[in-house]
Design a protein around this ligand. Structure first.
Ligand code: URA
Length: 240
């Protein structure tokens, strides 16, 4: 059993004091009856809760797949830039939403937005290696030699303070003297990792887009800035 105001607040319908006002204004119904107070206990699994006649069903957590656009930061709050959380519509907002992992401001593509801290903690822990695939346009002609080099640890730090990468894999999609297109799959998330790896190979990144996270692939129907809920199948693929 859970308090009505907590239930509605957890479902992103406002603060507890706002919900109290909705109840007073007779906007909330429990099983078809107008709710009399906001601290009444309800059973999330069996009671039917409506706000302004809209059914508010219980979901412990939400998981959105976002196609992150350029110019938006992955942090939850930022004084200068729009954040990925600002892209979530008010009806889909929940308390405690954050992005699972970070992408740079100029990186686009797949980000998972959730309020499930436990799952995120497990998936991002250094012990648990989730493959992340990035499509990149880079300067210069990427060779098979480069693809071999990323399979071995690369030092993306300095000689004094080395930072070694774990084995990665690279597919060369196209290459010309000026630019190349590659898919690079890494299983960790060091700071600016892809940009640093490619810079180390003398192929600075021009454009970077994350195309998969674990077995989840970016839904190409999503335009930059758009998002949708993960399907149950997608969720099962990353639940550990
Ligand atoms: N590697 C980078 O360099 N930048 C990102 O945004 C993600 C991976």
């Amino acid at each position: 059993m859970v308090r009505l105001d907590k239930y509605l607040a957890d479902m992103g319908k406002g603060s507890r004091s706002e919900i109290k006002k909705y109840v007073k204004a007779k906007r909330v119904k429990i099983n078809g009856e107008i709710a009399k107070s906001s601290d009444i206990k309800i059973a999330p699994d069996s009671d039917e809760i409506r706000l302004d006649e809209c059914l508010i069903s219980y979901e412990e957590h939400v998981y959105y797949m976002l196609n992150k656009p350029e110019g938006v930061v992955s942090a939850t709050e930022d004084n200068l830039h729009k954040t990925v959380i600002d892209l979530i519509k008010s009806e889909d907002k929940r308390r405690g939403l954050f992005s699972m992992g970070r992408l740079d401001i100029d990186t686009t593509g797949l980000l998972i937005i959730t309020d499930d801290g436990e799952l995120s903690h497990r998936l991002l822990s250094p012990k648990y290696h989730v493959d992340k695939c990035y499509y990149a346009i880079v300067e210069g002609k990427v060779s098979e030699e480069d693809a071999i080099r990323v399979k071995e640890p690369l030092n993306i730090g300095s000689d004094k303070e080395p930072i070694m990468t774990l084995p990665a894999s690279m597919d060369i999609i196209s290459s010309s003297d000026e630019i190349s297109e590659i898919n690079l799959t890494i299983c960790e998330g060091k700071f600016h990792q892809v940009k640093k790896m490619m810079a180390k190979l003398n192929h600075p990144v021009i454009k970077l887009k994350r195309v998969s996270f674990g077995a989840i692939k970016l839904d190409e129907e999503l335009k930059p800035g758009e998002y949708r809920k993960l399907t149950n199948e997608e969720l099962e693929m990353i639940k550990v």
